[in-house]
Design a protein around this ligand. Structure first.
Ligand code: AMP
Length: 295
C-alpha cells in the first residue's frame, strides 16, 4: 500500500494503472475508519482492480463553530485497516495541498444544499461538492463509493456528477449499524455511555417508521408524527422530514416511490444524523446509485 500526500505523485501513479487498463475505485472519507467505511472499501475492492481511499478532514465543509479542530483521527489505525483490506493507495493530503494559496473556485450545490442539514450547516454542502469534485478530477476513478448514511450528500453528489458530466459511476451502499441499531459514525466516539443509550431513539424511530410503512401507512404526516414522538431523548431535534431520496423535495400527503425519512439532532454537543428509505423496492439503496457514466 502506498501512502500519498501529494497530488502530482498520485497522478503519476494512477496514470500508470490506467495505462494498464485497470479499473480504479475511490472511497472518499474523513478518516477514523469504522465498519461503515470498511463496507465501502470491501465493495470497492470487489468491483475494482485498484482501490484508492482518501482520508481528508475537509476544512471547507465545517462551519466556524463546528467540530473541525476536534474531529477524531487515528492515522495508524486507518492505515492498518486499509492494509487489511488490500487498499492500493491511501491519499492523505494536507489542507494546503487541496487548497493552495489563492484558492477561489467552489462548486455550488444549489437549493439541494440548503435543505435538511444545509439549513443548519451553512456552506457545508458547498464544501462537500467542492472537495468531492476535486477528488474526482484528481483521481478520475471509474467508480466512487458513498454511504446511504449521508443520504443528502449522496443525492447532491449524484446531481453534481450528472450536471457537470463527470465521468464516474456512483455506488451507494446501505448504512452499517451497531447490533443495537445505532448507525456507525466517527462522531459516535464523542458520546458518553449514557448519551449513546439516548442516541438509540433515532434508529428506533426510523425502524418504527419502516415497519409502519410496511404495514401500509402511506400518509406522510402520520409517519413523521409517530417518529417525532420517539425522538424525545434527543437534547435538540433539528429535523425529522420525509423527502424524495433523489431530489430531496419535501414529501407531503401520500408517500411516493423512493422516500427517505431523515433525522438530525443533538445529544449533548454531538450532532447525529440518520435515515431510512421507505420504498416498495427490494433493494432501495441500489436506486440511489448512478449506474453508468453520465452522457
Ligand atoms: P465520513 O468519513 O464520515 O465523511 O464518511 C465517508 C463515507 O462513509 C461517506 O460516503 C459516508 O456516507 C460513509 N459512511 C459513514 N458512515 C457510514 C455507515 N454507518 N454506513 C455506511 N456508510 C457510511
Amino acid at each position: 500500500m502506498r501512502l500519498i500526500r501529494s497530488i502530482p505523485e498520485l497522478r503519476v501513479l494512477l496514470k500508470t494503472m490506467k495505462g494498464r487498463g485497470e479499473r480504479v475505485g475511490l472511497v472518499p472519507t474523513m478518516g477514523y475508519l469504522h465498519s461503515g467505511h470498511e463496507a465501502l472499501i470491501r465493495q470497492c475492492r470487489s468491483r475494482c482492480d485498484y482501490v484508492v481511499v482518501s482520508v481528508f478532514i475537509n476544512p471547507l465543509q465545517f462551519g466556524p463553530n463546528e467540530d473541525f479542530h476536534r474531529y477524531p483521527h487515528d492515522l495508524d489505525r486507518d492505515q492498518t485497516l486499509c492494509l487489511e483490506h488490500g487498499v492500493e493507495i491511501m491519499f492523505m493530503p494536507e489542507p494546503k495541498e487541496m487548497y493552495s494559496t489563492g484558492f477561489s473556485t467552489f462548486v455550488d450545490p444549489g437549493s439541494m444544499g440548503n435543505v435538511l442539514c444545509g439549513s443548519y450547516r451553512q456552506g457545508h454542502f458547498r464544501g462537500v461538492t467542492t472537495v468531492v469534485a476535486k477528488l474526482l478530477n484528481t483521481i478520475q476513478p471509474d467508480l466512487a463509493f458513498f454511504g446511504q448514511k449521508d443520504l443528502q450528500q449522496s443525492a447532491i453528489i449524484r446531481r453534481m456528477v450528472w450536471d457537470l458530466n463527470i465521468p464516474v459511476e456512483l455506488v451507494v451502499i446501505p448504512t452499517v449499524r451497531d447490533d443495537d441499531g445505532l448507525a456507525l459514525s466517527s462522531r459516535n466516539s464523542f458520546l458518553s455511555p449514557e448519551e449513546r443509550c439516548r442516541a438509540l431513539c433515532i434508529s428506533k424511530a426510523l425502524f418504527e417508521a419502516e415497519s409502519a410503512f410496511r404495514g401500509g401507512v402511506r400518509l406522510a404526516s402520520e409517519i413523521i408524527n409517530s417518529a417525532k414522538n420517539l425522538l424525545t431523548e434527543l437534547d435538540e431535534l433539528q429535523y425529522c422530514e420525509l423527502v424524495d431520496a433523489l431530489t430531496l423535495d419535501s414529501i407531503e400527503g401520500q408517500i411516493g416511490r423512493l422516500v427517505g425519512l431523515c433525522v438530525a439532532g443533538k445529544i449533548g454537543n454531538t450532532r447525529l444524523i440518520d435515515n431510512v428509505l421507505l420504498s416498495e423496492a427490494d433493494d432501495p439503496t441500489r436506486q440511489l446509485s448512478l449506474v453508468g457514466i453520465p452522457e
